[in-house]
Design a protein around this ligand. Structure first.
Ligand code: MSP
Length: 625
């Protein structure tokens, strides 16, 4: 039996988890479930990073003690992970006594080996990054909140390991994945690697683990945090457990914490004479409509808002399918809904409905007998046969999105098979053949859908039950995977509501988060619209509608009538003589009996509405570009 150990980063407990955090944690859960289903002994570790400046500042801001702050905030992560059906084996908190003991043990070990020394350093210190910058970094990067600092600290002789690490990375192509990230790290290692400052004087920061050899200092938060990956599994006292799990199979991380994981952590392990992680896998970032997610932009997407609205498995599916390993991915509600409707409601959901309904109606929900096999049947079975291995290979490379694609390729084959054989037409003329086709389709569906179990554990359990097999995922059972394993006469269930279609919300207010951008348009698309400044030269109430105003506007070369739905916000007098903007080439329409030859552009925040006006005087008819 194989063993599989996977970790997520431990998250700072200064905020709510967003979809970026949820992504890594769901990814770890999906691969852990996959390995459990394969029968591997599996350990999945996640947790929270509770020391350091960021957390201390968050506590200060709230006016509470750091310990109280972390105790209150950690629950936000634990509850969210439960709600997202994250089945971790351990949730580690760096404020736990056993973790602190291990960090101190490790520091003492390196101190005893003369790998830590005390020195005064003057340099550029980034408050946001919580570390000294090299002169190069300072000159080349754009840093906020950087100050000159001279400080006496403890340093880990990281530079001792530069050559060794470079060689290790060259010799072990799987160590840093995807490959282009490996090259990034090698690029970084081309410059001289300095030593790592692993302490912070208490005069500046006291929320941390005391250095075992100098209680005037606390441990640098990254040295503390990285150690969680081994403290959680019994290092150094529970040797058996530790050796069972270490080295880890996958450290899953985001691309922004690559250096800490692929440089600091391996050198710490080398210094402690411990084996290297097997793979450090760095994924990209979730962007929101191509923009970075940030509180100040108000575009942070909270995973539970989506899960509550559309279902946990729908969210898990989207996140797994939409991100190509290593690359950034874009989140929009529209993409989420479209993906759900096309893959889950249409391809998968409709197929289950179709097969079970046909069997229900014509065979009383009892799986029909498969008769003689035709080339088309054999072809379908052939498509299914290779799937298990393909999915396995993708999971080994952490390419969950490709694994999903393979499954949907087979689902589309099943659809094609059904279209070609059309069992609904055969039912009268050749019921036996119709039964064979439906048996084959059901069998193909069972054998492909099971691969989606790690991604959507609840929905696929339900689906498998409907298909007459137990909810247990059986990826490890060869028998279960034999074509024909499910016997004719098995009673199928009903599928109503497995993946109901989602209707696209009509107004932005119904969207569960702030920024809901429309799909991207090209510059050409934009130039198709003719936006002009007009002067309002006549304004009155629409004769047939309270909410509308009837405006006469001057476009320079001509005058037009425009109907605007702003009577709740403006009286005709407010608007008379004003310069506003309109779309001038919009196809005219008649609104409640009055022609409208254009549309006024106005900002709308849900409560107030404000027409867009030019800042300076311009001629009526001016183009807006
Ligand atoms: N506490 C450290 C990790 C220590 S691990 C020994 C930390 N915490 S964090 O909460 O700031 O970030 C945790 C993870 O979230 C990182 O992997 C980071 O890449 C990831 N993400 C933060 N924003 C993200 C997106 N918008 N998209 C995807 N992941 C992102 O760093």
């Amino acid at each position: 039996m194989s063993r599989f150990y996977v970790t997520t980063p431990i998250y700072y407990v200064n905020d709510e988890p967003h979809i970026g955090h949820a992504y890594t944690t769901i990814l770890a859960d999906v691969v852990a479930r996959f390995h459990r289903a394969l029968g591997d002994e599996t350990y999945f570790l996640t947790g929270t990073d509770e020391h350091g400046q960021k957390v201390q500042q968050a506590a200060e801001k709230r006016g509470v003690e750091p310990q109280q702050h972390v105790d209150e905030y950690v629950v936000r992560f634990q509850e969210k992970w439960d709600a997202l059906n994250i089945n971790y084996d351990q949730f580690i908190r760096t404020t736990q006594e056993n973790h602190k003991t291990v960090v101190r043990y490790l520091l003492q070990k390196l101190w005893d080996k003369d790998l830590i020394y005390k020195d005064t350093y003057e340099g550029w210190y980034s408050v946001a990054e919580e570390r000294f910058l090299t002169d190069n970094e300072y000159e080349e990067g754009e840093w906020r909140d950087v100050r000159r600092l001279s400080e006496t600290n403890y340093w880990f002789k990281m530079s001792n390991y530069q050559e060794k690490l470079i060689n290790y990375i060259h010799d072990n192509p799987d160590f840093i994945q995807p490959a282009f990230r490996k090259n990034e790290v090698l690029g970084f290692l081309r410059q001289e690697l300095g030593d790592l400052c692993i302490s912070r004087p208490k005069s500046r920061l006291n929320w941390g683990i005391d250095l075992p050899f100098d209680s005037d200092y606390v441990t640098y938060v990254w040295f503390d945090a990285l150690t969680n990956y081994i403290s959680a599994i019994g290092y150094p006292t529970e040797t058996e457990t530790f050796e069972k799990w270490w080295p880890v199979d996958f450290h899953l991380i985001g691309k922004d914490i690559l250096t800490t994981h692929a440089v600091y952590w391996p050198t710490m392990l080398m210094a402690a004479d411990l084996p290297m992680p097997k793979t450090i896998f760095a994924h990209g970032w979730w962007l929101i409509g191509d923009t970075k997610m940030s509180k100040s932009l108000g575009n942070v997407v909270r995973p539970l808002d989506l899960a509550n609205e559309y279902g946990v498995d729908a969210l898990r599916y989207f996140l797994m399918k939409e991100m190509t390993p290593g690359q950034d991915a874009n989140f929009t509600l529209e993409a989420f809904i479209n993906r759900y409707n096309s893959d889950l409601a249409n391809d998968l959901g409709n197929m289950v409905n179709r097969i079970t309904k046909l069997i229900g109606r014509n065979f009383d929900y009892s799986l029909p007998n498969p008769g003689e096999t035709t080339p088309a049947d054999a072809d379908l079975a052939q498509h299914v046969a290779g799937l298990r291995q393909k999915v396995r290979e993708e999971f080994d490379q952490m390419r969950v999105n490709y694994a999903i694609t393979h499954v949907f390729d087979v689902l589309r084959e099943i659809n094609r098979y059904l279209e070609e054989t059309a069992p609904w037409k055969l039912m009268k003329a050749d019921k036996e053949r119709a039964g064979t086709v439906l048996y084959n389709a059901a069998e193909a569906l069972r054998l492909s859908a099971v691969h989606l179990y790690p991604v959507m554990p609840d929905k696929i359990s339900q689906l498998l039950e409907v298909m007459g097999t137990s909810a247990q995922a059986r990826l490890s059972e060869d028998d279960w995977f034999k074509w024909g394993h499910i016997k004719a006469g098995t009673i199928l269930g009903k599928t109503e509501g497995l993946f109901p279609r989602i209707e696209i919300p009509e107004t932005p207010e119904e969207a569960p988060f702030a920024l809901d951008l429309k799909p991207e348009v090209t510059f050409d698309d934009f130039t198709k619209m003719d936006i002009r400044i007009v002067k309002i030269i006549g304004a009155e109430k629409h004769p047939n509608a309270d909410k509308l105003l009837k405006l006469q506007v001057d476009l320079g070369a001509e005058q037009r009538q425009v109907i605007a739905g702003i009577a709740d916000h403006y009286s005709p007098e407010d608007l008379l003589g004003k310069y506003v903007s309109i779309i001038a080439n919009l196809k005219p329409v008649t609104i409640r009996g009055e022609i409208s030859q254009g549309m006024i552009l106005a900002a709308d925040d849900g409560t107030s509405v404000s027409p867009l006006i030019p800042l300076k005087d311009v001629e009526p008819g001016s183009k807006v570009r």
